[in-house]
Design a protein around this ligand. Sequence first.
Ligand code: HEC
Length: 247
Amino acid sequence: MINQAKSTTLNSISLPLKALFTGYLLVIGVGLLMAGAQIMLTHGMADGKPGLSIDDIVYSYYGHRNNSKLESKLNGSMKDKAPENVRFQLIEWARKGAKAKDWEPSIKGITQQYCVKCHSVVPGIPNFTKLSAFQKVAQVDEGDDYKKLTRISHIHLFGIAFIFFFVGFIFSMAQGFSSRVQAAIIAIPFVFLLVDVSSWWLTKLDPEFAILVIVGGGAYSLASGVMIATSLYQMWVMDWLANRRLK
Ligand code: HEC
């Protein structure tokens, strides 16, 4: 069932309405490109390499959980400073959240024995006679916290739903699609917006879900791209081309 007999079609609406729709779609189109650029610049560099990858998303939302400074140094330049089992104990402590309650019973003694002969006298390196300084290097990067996720989730959902509503509304006047296909294209961005935002939360729990962030974002960018391009084409180019062919 092709919807040729629509009451309002994009090629037949009044010039002022075309101007309104076109202005909106162009600004939204540029906005989407900017959003894409911004994602590349913020998340895209999370793994230290340009371009958006799964690792970037994992690092942004899940963090570098096995990568406190303490752990990487104990496996790197500080490797020869303490025996294996002692280094292991310190890494375990860091991974379990660098709790203050373990300081007096075990951790403090270890740092006294192996670390503070430098890390209290050598200027420019952290002073490990203080718990706070040791906790700082033991901090595990857990990615964005829930407070930030809640904030960006609701801004994202409200803001983007508005964009999809108007882009979908304009596109609903496009012709040449079956109702089902057209309805699906209009629905896709909303569905994948929910997938995208939920996948941030899921990635925080398990890095396996990072792929959904890319699938969600990709699907709704593609669907909005199709809607914007089709709408602009049908408002300005379609009839012009048809008229040229008739001549
Ligand atoms: C012989 C001196 C010496 C001893 C002993 C030593 N360190 Fe270090 N440590 C350094 C120096 C010098 C640096 C700076 C250079 C570097 O990062 O490799 C450093 C850097 C570090 C850093 C990085 C600090 C930062 O903010 O960049 C950590 C973490 C660290 N040490 C942990 C330890 C731990 C844990 C021990 C004990 C098991 C230890 N170090 C024992 C000399 C020492």
